[in-house]
Design a protein around this ligand. Structure first.
Ligand code: FAD
Length: 310
């Protein structure tokens, strides 16, 4: 299959790209890694009159650890984020989830911000952004705005980005708390395929080791990524993570498609929620014990991740 005809534009700066988006109108589309857009063009599922290739915008090719978390520029490839050591130390969940995104060749080209704007309900980084209370920065000729993850995903393949807006970065917030653990788990028919169900978990403990927060986020379990606060269920369950998984699945409304029945997806949600929460809790406990304030803690360890496991 070949794409329909389009005119090709290659801006050299963000300002130029935004001007082109404005002047060419809603029939223009940004081309980032092309790993979703090009197949859609070839299958004639998208027929833009203009493609604006942002691959020359080096100013957007960064992965930066900031006080609040990890900021990913629009031209950072999935692989750049996956292999960034500082980002991995700040938020280990990024690399863990990215390892389930397609295959290395696709991660070498596809961008993390592109996958977020693409808003595929099976895209891992959409749920990770929601779970970490992230946000997306959008720029147009009208100015700049920041949209929280909870408001960014509108419908399958539809985000809050307007036709004249370029997403310049996504901020993934570092989980806070005395000790935090995270985990990503999913089931796909083959490794690298889109998941039938994927779950991210963040568990936070206080200094005494008691649960303070349990949150999860899901892909392939609805039209947009689903986020759940399971703190009360987890505290009430007394360590029975299977019961927490059942409580989570009861709140989800997965759909049936050619890959799986809704019932099977719900069952996956039970099992994966239980496993992801258990693992995140174990990691949080390990981080708590390693914290400098703990009697057995080592100096310089923080409670934010899973150092030593990566
Ligand atoms: C075989 C295969 C398997 C895959 N498996 C997975 C998977 O398991 N999980 C997963 O998450 N993804 C998967 N992907 C998709 C991959 O992650 C893509 O890289 C990603 O979805 C889109 O990123 P991109 O940079 O390639 O964007 P593009 O394909 O270039 O663009 C995608 C869409 O986003 C828009 N866009 C991109 N960047 C911007 C921007 N900065 N501002 C405004 N709009 C923008 C484009 O206009 C387009 O509409 C797979 C892809 C393939 C080909």
């Amino acid at each position: 299959m070949k794409p329909p005809p389009f005119s090709y534009h290659r801006p050299a700066t963000v300002t130029e790209a935004v001007t082109m988006l404005d002047e060419l109108g809603p029939d223009a589309k940004i081309l980032a890694g092309g790993q979703s857009l090009v197949p859609m063009l070839n299958m004639r599922l998208a027929t833009p009159a203009h493609l604006i290739d942002i691959n020359r915008l080096d100013e957007l090719a960064y992965v930066r650890v900031e006080p609040e978390g990890v900021r990913v520029g629009a031209l950072a490839r999935h692989a750049d984020v996956e292999h960034d050591a500082a980002a991995g130390r700040a938020i280990p969940l990024l690399a863990e989830a990215l390892r389930s995104v397609a295959h290395p060749t696709i991660r070498n080209r596809g961008t993390t911000v592109g996958s977020i704007v693409h808003a595929d309900p099976s895209g891992e980084m959409t749920a990770v952004l929601c779970l970490l209370d992230g946000e997306v920065t959008l720029v147009s000729r009208r100015g700049e705005r920041t949209v929280p993850a909870q408001d960014f995903f509108v419908a399958p393949l539809t985000s809050a980005a307007e036709a004249d807006e370029l997403a310049t970065s996504a901020l993934f917030r570092r989980p806070t708390g005395a000790a935090t653990g995270t985990a990503w788990m999913e089931v796909a028919r083959r490794h690298g395929d889109y998941a039938l169900c994927g779950v991210g978990a963040v568990v936070t403990l206080n200094e005494a080791g008691a649960l303070t927060t349990v949150r999860t986020a899901y892909i392939s379990m609805g039209p947009i990524p689903q986020t759940l606060d399971l703190t009360l269920e987890a505290i009430g369950s007394n360590g029975d993570w299977r019961a927490v998984g059942e409580a989570a699945a009861a709140q989800l409304e997965p759909e049936e498609d050619i890959h799986a029945t809704a019932r099977y997806r719900r069952q996956l949600a039970v099992v994966l929620t239980a496993r992801a929460c258990r693992l995140a809790a174990e990691r949080a406990e390990r981080a708590r014990r390693a914290a400098p304030s703990h009697p057995t803690g080592g100096a310089g360890r923080t409670g934010s991740g899973v150092e030593g496991e990566r």
